[in-house]
Ligand binder design. Structure first.
Ligand SMILES: NC(=O)c1ccc[n+]([C@@H]2O[C@H](COP(=O)([O-])OP(=O)(O)OC[C@H]3O[C@@H](n4cnc5c(N)ncnc54)[C@H](OP(=O)(O)O)[C@@H]3O)[C@@H](O)[C@H]2O)c1
Length: 300
């Protein structure tokens, strides 16, 4: 494996999922660090894709279900950031698309893949969207692709992003199933992007590692108290019954939260602080929220 050259503008990182939460943060930070970035999307006309292009990324149209499109997108690339979202494509889709990315990265001779995964480590837990990440990581390893696995546990955006239905999920069903006094490892998605860029910049240190990414450890009860302290009122929650939540969202998250109720595992901030000493704590992230993110309605 060669190191990225000092002239990064000549070296390409292709970002799968570039219009998503993780991918867009990775694109932003790679561009800031001087890399040439290919932002992969099914829809280059979307507003998010256009804003990535305006920021300096080149857009490449792909469908990760189609290896041929990935081969074109990875051609000549030094690195690939990979992510799939099983909440939108299903776990089967995640496994298929992850395998396709691994195949294309291997065929194109990609020198470093950074994988935005999840879960507590390589062992199986019975949580579908964690075990699937380990299967995808195995695809990369089996094909001999130099790999770094990033494992954020909970994104701070769970507390506000309306797509996550926070009033129902993180502020109600999650503490109900896992316990509001259980520790949660938090990282904001922007810091995930910053970590990924630093990992790409230091392959000798980070290839072949599996990194738990936690910037702060806080219980949901502590997050609730911080919210009230910083914003002057309690965060509202919406008491949806678990069975109704499962009807809308499926059972993956409820299985995960039940698992977290009793599980014992390492949740250290050390690796994150080594890579990104300035990674935001929950207090810092909540304090910086703008009015829109703080706004409450039935969705969040
Ligand atoms: N939420 C949490 O707290 C948390 C914590 C740790 C880990 N995770 C993990 O984070 C992952 C989700 O990441 P995210 O939130 O960044 O996802 P996201 O915002 O949903 O982004 C996923 C992107 O994938 C692209 N995509 C979907 N289908 C595609 C296809 N067939 N071909 C190519 N691209 C496709 C979409 O882009 P286009 O529409 O532009 O094609 C989309 O923007 C999950 O695996 C989850 O397990 C989440």
């Amino acid at each position: 494996m060669s190191s990225p050259s000092a002239d990064r503008s000549a070296q390409v990182v292709a970002v799968v999922g570039a219009t998503g939460r993780q991918g867009s943060a990775v694109v932003r930070h790679l561009l800031r660090e001087g890399w040439a970035v290919r932002a992969l999307t099914r829809n280059p006309a979307s507003e998010t894709a256009r804003s990535l292009q305006a920021g300096g990324a080149s857009l490449v149209t792909v469908d990760a279900e189609d290896v041929g499109t990935l081969l074109t997108a990875f051609d000549g690339a030094y690195g690939v950031f990979n992510v799939q979202n099983p909440m939108t494509v299903g776990i089967d889709g995640e496994l298929r698309q992850g395998a396709n990315v691994a195949t294309a990265a291997a065929r194109c001779g990609v020198q470093h893949v950074v994988y935005g995964a999840a879960g507590i480590g390589p062992g199986r837990t019975g949580v579908g969207s964690w075990d699937s990440k380990n299967t995808v990581a195995e695809h990369f390893r089996r094909q001999g692709v130099p790999l770094t696995v990033l494992r954020p546990m909970a994104f701070m955006e769970l507390m506000t992003d309306r797509a996550y239905y926070p009033a129902v999920s993180v502020w109600h069903v999650m503490p109900r199933l896992m316990g509001g006094d259980r520790p949660v490892g938090w990282l904001c998605t922007d810091d995930l992007g910053a970590v990924a860029a630093r990992v790409f910049a230091a392959p000798r240190r980070w290839v072949d590692t599996d990194l738990t990414l936690v910037a702060d450890v806080r219980t949901i009860d502590e997050c609730r108290a911080l919210w009230a302290e910083l914003h002057g009122r309690a965060r509202r929650s919406f008491p949806m019954p678990v069975w109704l939540f499962e009807r809308f969202v499926g059972t993956d998250l409820t299985t995960m939260w039940r698992w977290l109720r009793t599980a014992q595992f390492e949740m250290s901030t050390a690796t994150t602080r080594e890579i990104l000493p300035e990674a935001r704590t929950v207090r810092e992230w909540l304090a910086a929220l703008d009015g829109d993110a703080r706004a409450e309605d039935i969705r969040g």
